[in-house]
Design a binder for this molecule. Structure first.
Ligand SMILES: *Cc1c(COP(=O)(O)O)cnc(C)c1O
Length: 363
């Protein structure tokens, strides 16, 4: 077997590391922000039926425009969106890749505010797009003024805003999105991508950047079924934007990129959206409970509008990560010193995490 370094891969990929959250089989897996609740039985049965029906037609290519699915997403998102404004792909990661294929590329620059989603620089690199990791303010917060300053300074073609932010959980106000849009319009006429992977977990009454779409044809809002919808294994992400943006993404996608089975499963799941999302309230409750209990342990959790909590004050994150793992609990070491991230699971998983952490830290 050859060594990766011996292969004639692109120069800009040499020495790079792939995305690598550990996939370990442990009793309590709280490391990649999945919804740890099972899909309700009644929905599973409907998915089976729809996938079985689709199987009968697998000799033919699927609907390349996945129109029925886009109609379902438009209906789910509301805000008067039409299906022409919706795009979808195999996970929002693929949606983001389509965006970088169409709007990034050699000589172009993307900007994110770190720490943020680790896939942004990886997707940028895959498309030979430069990536700037702009700083965040105290406690990982952002303000419109700070965003404006950074965008005007670096002049990116793509601004990535993660709302709420992974791995910190930080909510983002719509003022910040508007500031990014106005600044990038002045600087380069580029695009703003708001990644709302965790939108459903936000506080009641929280606003979505979808509200800002009218009149902003270079604003893109991406969503996923991987988190609140408990559908990570199905690989379905989607996007709302101007129709012209969807036309741009059509230029770069591979034909028939969403299989008939994926389309059928996602349509069935969306037909049961309220049932699929029934666990969201409990997950938010567990998240808030984690924050309260971590504070009681003398740790420093950050505010979170997502289904996970980042917390500081850990004496040694690597040692604590390992000690939890020995007790069958997998959390995420995101590489910030004295800090770990944990997904809010079921009540029982959350209790096991909290009691194990208390044991490990001795407080
Ligand atoms: C989990 C996550 C996604 C979702 O990725 P999929 O490809 O849809 O599974 C997107 N963005 C962020 C910030 C995430 O944390």
């Amino acid at each position: 077997m050859a060594n990766l370094d011996d292969l004639p891969i692109r120069d800009d990929l040499k020495g790079r590391k792939p995305y690598g959250a550990p996939q370990l089989h442990v009793p309590v897996s709280l490391n990649v922000n999945e919804n740890t609740h099972k899909i309700p039985r009644e929905v599973v049965e409907d998915i089976f039926a729809r996938v079985a029906q689709a199987t009968l037609g697998l000799n033919r290519y699927p609907d390349r425009e996945f129109e029925a699915l886009r109609i379902s997403f438009a209906k789910y998102l509301g805000h008067g969106l039409t299906f022409e404004q919706i795009w979808a792909a195999n996970g929002s990661n693929e949606v983001l890749q389509h965006i970088f294929q169409a709007f990034g590329g050699p000589g172009r620059l993307a900007l994110g505010f770190g720490p943020t989603y680790s896939m942004y620089p990886l997707i940028a690199r895959g498309m030979d797009t430069k990536y700037v990791d702009a700083p965040r303010l105290e406690r990982y917060e952002l303000t419109p003024e700070h965003i404006r300053e950074q965008v005007l300074k670096h002049k990116p073609n793509i601004v990535m805003l993660c709302s709420p932010n992974n791995p910190t959980g930080t909510p983002l106000s719509l003022d910040c999105v508007i500031a990014a849009y106005e600044a990038v319009t002045e600087a380069t006429g580029g695009i703003v991508v708001v990644d709302e992977a965790y939108a459903e977990f936000a506080a009641d009454g929280a606003e979505s950047a979808i509200e800002l779409l009218p009149g902003r044809e270079r604003l893109l809002v991406s969503r996923t079924m991987s988190k609140a919808f408990a559908f990570a294994g199905a690989r379905v992400g989607y996007l709302a934007a101007d129709e012209a943006v969807v036309d741009a993404l059509r230029l770069v996608r591979l034909p028939y990129h969403l299989s008939a089975l994926t389309q059928a499963a996602a349509e069935a799941a969306l037909d049961h959206a309220p049932t699929m999302l029934a666990t969201v309230d409990d997950i938010r409750f567990q998240r808030d409970r984690i924050i309260v209990e971590l504070k009681a342990m003398g740790l420093e959790p950050y505010r979170s509008d997502a289904n996970f909590v980042l917390f500081a004050g850990v004496p040694d994150s690597a040692a604590t990560f390992e000690a939890l793992l020995e007790r069958g609990i997998l959390v995420r070491n995101v590489g910030i010193p004295h800090t770990l991230r944990v997904t809010a699971g079921t009540e029982q998983e959350t209790s096991e995490f909290l009691s194990s952490l208390r044991e490990v830290l001795g407080n």
